[in-house]
Design a protein around this ligand. Structure first.
Ligand code: SAM
Ligand code: DTB
Ligand code: SF4
Length: 329
């Protein structure tokens, strides 16, 4: 039965199509306004047209260089400008990275993502990271790194090392960006994404919601991601993890259904991208996560830790997958 129910067909025609090449903020805001049952139904349809709805991709994160970052991102535990409990750690030795990657592979992750608290890598840092990429790839894992802004030539070095994905989030709408981050600009993020794409590396880019932004800001973030040409292969949607000592420590939490709507809108606007239910999952119930999967999320961060904060336990994820009949890919 493929018929779309009446309420879903009443979506403005401009927002109903899932194969649009350009989205407007009005299109995505219109998606947010659809009754939740219709929106999730529509997102699930788009999902099924492009993916096996019972399959989930799993990436494991490791912070290879922690804290002491020059940037002032208002959400981040690793900024040297905030007074958080995160302790600085130097770039991790290769053997430690490899041990963590082996453990992630043994637990069933398909991708290993290494994060560094830098504004961007210095050339000597990049040389060490490319060694890590070569070694992790040698284990048979897909590789991803998130190192901040890249300078000319650095994306090509990463590509030569065999890097599969570069994570660099737009994080929030261009018009809200300056309220959260002042040490670099939204346009700088786009520039790095262009360099990654030009080097032939797959793009992982998404954002954080629940930072006090408006629904219009959330819609605009999705539009900025969906209108990248091509859109990112991987789109992490992070729910803000409030960190004591950061400027965003006390922001009121986002309503769960608004989070689900954001996942559904991302799925509809980026039909062939993996949409990752990212930070914030530790605090989510099984039912909330299941609703996010129904709304089109098909990837998670897997393992006990994100970068500096906790994540849902792998054993709890295994049990949830079992209950939902979800298969890892
Ligand atoms: N320094 C690099 C950068 O900013 O691109 C890489 C590491 S940075 C920690 C990676 C991403 O983590 C950020 O872009 C942001 O989306 C996410 N993040 C950081 N702190 C977060 C928090 N408290 N809650 C949710 N997501 C967070
Ligand atoms: C992404 O979108 N989320 C991950 C990863 N990409 C690098 C990071 C989440 C960080 C959550 C807060 C922390 O653990 O410090
Ligand atoms: Fe630094 Fe990245 Fe944290 Fe911003 S999000 S403070 S750039 S580690």
């Amino acid at each position: 039965m493929n018929a779309i129910p009446q309420a879903a067909t009443r979506t403005p025609s401009s927002a109903a199509s899932s194969d649009k090449s350009r989205w407007t903020v009005a299109d995505v805001e219109a998606l947010y306004q659809i009754p939740l049952m219709d929106l999730v139904y529509r997102a699930q349809q788009v999902h099924r047209e492009n993916f096996d709805a019972n399959e989930i991709q799993r990436s494991t994160l490791l912070s290879v260089k922690t804290g002491g970052c020059s940037e002032d991102c208002g959400y981040c535990s690793q900024s040297a400008r905030h007074h958080t409990e995160t302790e600085r750690e130097a770039l991790m030795p290769l053997d430690d990275v490899l041990a963590a990657a082996r453990a992630a592979k043994d637990k069933g992750a398909s991708r290993f993502c290494m994060g560094a608290a830098w504004r961007g890598p210095k050339d000597k840092d990049l040389a060490q990271v490319t060694e890590m990429i070569r070694a992790v790839k040698g284990l048979g894992l897909q590789t991803c790194v998130t190192l901040g802004m890249l300078k000319d030539g650095q994306a090509e070095e990463l590509k030569d090392a065999g890097l599969d994905y570069y994570n660099h989030n737009l994080d929030t709408d261009a018009s809200f960006y300056g309220q959260v981050i002042t040490t670099h600009k939204h346009a700088d993020r786009l520039d790095t994404l262009g360099q990654v794409r030009d080097a032939g590396i797959k793009v992982c880019s998404g954002g954080i919601i629940g930072m006090g932004e408006s629904r219009r800001n959330r819609a605009a973030l999705i539009v900025q991601l969906a209108n990248l040409n091509p859109p990112p292969e991987s789109v992490p949607i992070n729910n803000l993890v409030p960190i004591p000592g950061t400027p965003l420590a006390n922001v009121a939490p986002l309503d769960n259904f608004e989070f689900v709507r954001t996942i559904a809108a991302a799925r509809i606007a980026m039909p062939t991208s993996f949409v990752r239910l990212s930070a914030g999952r530790e605090a989510m119930s099984e039912e909330f996560q299941a609703l996010c999967f129904l709304a089109g999320a098909n990837s998670i961060f897997y393992g006990e830790k994100l970068l500096t904060t906790g994540n849902a336990e792998a054993s709890r994820d295994e049990a949830l997958f079992e209950k939902l009949g979800l298969r890892p890919i």
